[in-house]
Design a protein around this ligand. Structure first.
Ligand SMILES: [Zn+2]
Length: 99
């Protein structure tokens, strides 16, 4: 298995506010250089493991052209990232009930 690790991030230009994990900061796609949002938990993975940021479009291209030596497991999803996503989902539900 490759020691490369990638983070799938959304480009700032394509992202609705409701899709941004609270506390996210901006980073850049390591392939195309576009500005992306990176969540706090993803930022930890980037700093701790040296994971490379890929925007959604470059992630799709990576998957589409993947060779055997480019394993799809290279996309990192940590428990912390899952918990962040769950919290976001709960926040959305609260918003729906209030409105
Ligand atoms: Zn990109």
């Amino acid at each position: 298995m490759s020691d490369k690790a990638y983070l799938l991030c959304l480009r700032t230009v394509d992202t609705y506010y409701s899709m941004i994990v609270p506390g996210s900061t901006k980073s850049n796609c390591s392939a195309c250089g576009n500005s992306v949002y990176i969540s706090p938990e993803s930022l930890k993975v980037k700093e701790d493991r040296g994971a490379l940021v890929l925007c959604m479009q470059c992630s799709v291209e990576y998957i589409r052209t993947a060779r055997d030596e480019d394993p799809l497991e290279a996309f990192v999803f940590t428990q912390g990232q899952v918990e962040e996503a769950k919290k976001m989902r709960e926040t959305k539900h609260e918003n729906i009930q209030r409105n």
